[in-house]
Write a protein that binds this ligand. Structure first.
Ligand SMILES: *Cc1c(COP(=O)(O)O)cnc(C)c1O
Length: 342
């Protein structure tokens, strides 16, 4: 039997969480004098719901999970940080990452003085199972981060490999699905009930177009969610964010349309890149960006910057590679013109 409490740090296991005013009394009342708020109404003078009940109910419906399986963070970056802090004892435990991948996993571990064990992806950016197997049995390792679709390569990881990691690892498997809405693949949320050690991260920052609001989601077994709730800052999701996301959840149709536009623009961008003589390799993408290798990537990066077009130079992690986010039709055409004319 997997029990996340036995995996949590002892201080977290025994923590008595901060009880906010809104935890001690949450019923109906006329006069609120319990939280030292201002009594003058301006729409923002009250603290937000620390448990985001209304928002979680709406997200639960959208994602076909129960509200108790949802943690909401100030971006999924907050969920990543809280997972490290809940389960990894500084200077003792470790996380496993599969580079090249999202940098925040390693940064959060480093901030908390937790070691990162790196098991590089294969040349086609899939999990290197033979190299990973011994690390999955390393009992210092408490978390493994699988990013699918992976940033910066753009591809989905094979679902059989994700399943195998879930079956073999005795720690927590975090599947980061920041780009899943662009991919033709089912979310790992559908197997939440089968795997009590699974955490799925999603975000409103990419396909939903709300990066400025900062709202990330972690879906997991309710025992893991309970631990994250115990250590989160009480009012981590502000009133404006809760309201704005609730409103935007009703606009799913336009989000779906925008996703379709981005995906078709991505294929146009890929076709244009294939025509560019200096483009050495284009990696398959299931996300809203394309990673490609170029002759003199650093020079091209600078030339684009000089023309006011900023892409991400990833040549430090994948040789000669630039990561290009898919923009509007006009933005992409602008980029393509600069690429072709040199
Ligand atoms: C963009 C991104 C996130 C999103 O982070 P937020 O804090 O929710 O904006 C998470 N993981 C990966 C891999 C990303 O690329």
């Amino acid at each position: 039997m997997f029990d996340p409490e036995t995996l949590a740090r002892p201080n977290v296991r025994n923590l008595k969480p901060y009880a906010s005013a809104r935890d001690e009394f949450s019923g109906d009342a006329q006069i609120w004098l319990d939280a030292n708020e201002s009594p003058f109404e301006n729409g923002l003078n009250r603290y937000p719901d620390p448990h985001q009940r209304e928002l979680k109910a709406a997200i639960a419906k959208l994602k076909s999970v129960s509200p108790e399986q949802i943690f909401l963070g100030n971006g999924s970056d907050e969920a990543i940080d809280l997972l490290v802090r809940a389960f990894c004892e500084p200077r003792q435990d470790a996380i496993i990452t599969l580079p090249p991948t999202y940098g925040m996993y390693g940064v959060c571990a480093a901030i908390n003085d937790v070691e990162t064990i790196e098991v590089p992806l294969t040349p086609d950016f899939q999990i290197d199972m033979p190299s990973l197997l011994p690390e999955l049995l390393n009992d210092q390792a408490k978390l493994i981060f699988l990013c699918s679709p992976n940033n910066p390569s753009g591809n989905l990881l094979r679902s059989e490999d994700i399943l195998q990691v879930l079956e073999l690892f005795q720690g927590i498997v975090v599947v980061d699905e920041a780009y899943i809405d662009f991919a033709e693949a089912e979310s790992s949320t559908r197997i939440l009930d089968e795997f009590p050690n699974l955490v799925v991260l999603q975000t409103f920052s990419k396909a939903w177009g709300m990066a400025g609001l900062r709202l990330g989601m972690a879906f997991a077994n309710r025992d893991i969610i309970r631990i994250l709730n115990r250590i989160k800052p009480p009012y981590n999701i502000n009133t404006l964010t809760q309201k704005a996301v609730l409103e935007n959840l009703t606009k799913q149709k336009s989000v779906t349309e925008n996703i379709a536009k981005i995906v078709s623009e991505k294929y146009r961008l890929i076709e244009a890149l294939k025509q560019k003589p200096g483009c050495l390799e284009i990696f398959p993408s299931d996300a809203n960006f394309v990673l490609a290798r170029f002759q003199n990537a650093d020079g091209l990066y600078k030339r684009l910057c000089a023309k006011g077009i900023v892409v991400r130079n990833r040549s430090g992690v994948v040789p000669d590679a630039l990561r290009i986010t898919v923009g509007t039709k006009r933005e992409n055409e602008n980029l393509m013109n600069c690429l072709i004319r040199k």
